[in-house]
Design a protein around this ligand. Sequence first.
Ligand SMILES: NC(=O)c1ccc[n+]([C@@H]2O[C@H](COP(=O)([O-])OP(=O)(O)OC[C@H]3O[C@@H](n4cnc5c(N)ncnc54)[C@H](OP(=O)(O)O)[C@@H]3O)[C@@H](O)[C@H]2O)c1
Length: 249
Amino acid sequence: MPSNDIKGTTALVTGASRGFGRGIAAALSGAGAAVVGVARDGAALADLRAELGESFTPVSADAADPTVAGQLIDAYRPGILVLNAGAAPLSRPLQQHTWETFSRNWDTDVKQAFHWLREALLAPLAPGSTVIAMSSGAALRGSPLSGGYAGAKATIRFITSYAAAESERGGLGVRFISVLPQLTPATGLGAAAVAAYAAREGMDVAAYLERSGPALTPGQAGEAFVALAADPGHAGAYLLTAAGLSPVP
Ligand SMILES: NC(=O)c1ccc[n+]([C@@H]2O[C@H](COP(=O)([O-])OP(=O)(O)OC[C@H]3O[C@@H](n4cnc5c(N)ncnc54)[C@H](OP(=O)(O)O)[C@@H]3O)[C@@H](O)[C@H]2O)c1
């Protein structure tokens, strides 16, 4: 099977400071990429730099800012672009949301995806480049305690597929893929959601997790993203669980 050589490629990962993004940045670095990690918390990025060494470049910035997207695409021209940054939704039932809390993931996650997908197409990134956007399993079945989260993540999947179609129409040779991870307690965002859903069902967290099966880890997410970037045969959308990737029809 043909494969893209990740060694020596520049990879840019948004939301690299914690959770899945940190696991993805570490895995890409381990595969030989020069990784640029974007997040707002400079101290957490400095910590990752200490772990990964000189091949990791920390950038403290708001990934949802359109100027940041334009500047960093121009500066780094990444061969692998991972749009992972996401806000933690407020875990409450619908009637306890305000419009501001309901739309939080539109203002961060969707806004980020929109700006960076546009910039990737406009640049355009070099043929053979791969853009992977973080959607969620919630995009398929909803998330009744997370306000507009599931709709925001479904929109990310849609606009990533629109970008793939534009790449195809323009003969750009840039792949656009979306990944829909299962809910996991292994990140800050996921742990808060798991606690809220367990409480809603009157279960303790341990019993809820036992019912949910093996938990997806940031390390497994990192391996999956490396596999997607390395194999030019991957396209479309993928569910991601502890058992690995499976295409979403
Ligand atoms: N965990 C799950 O169960 C789960 C399931 C499905 C999908 N997802 C998705 O996976 C992605 C990562 O989630 P996670 O669970 O790893 O969450 P997390 O541990 O809370 O990490 C979120 C990351 O996003 C960054 N971030 C948030 N807003 C940002 C902004 N405006 N600009 C730059 N960086 C920003 C955070 O860094 P700073 O705060 O330092 O900026 C942090 O590095 C999200 O898109 C999430 O929706 C998670």
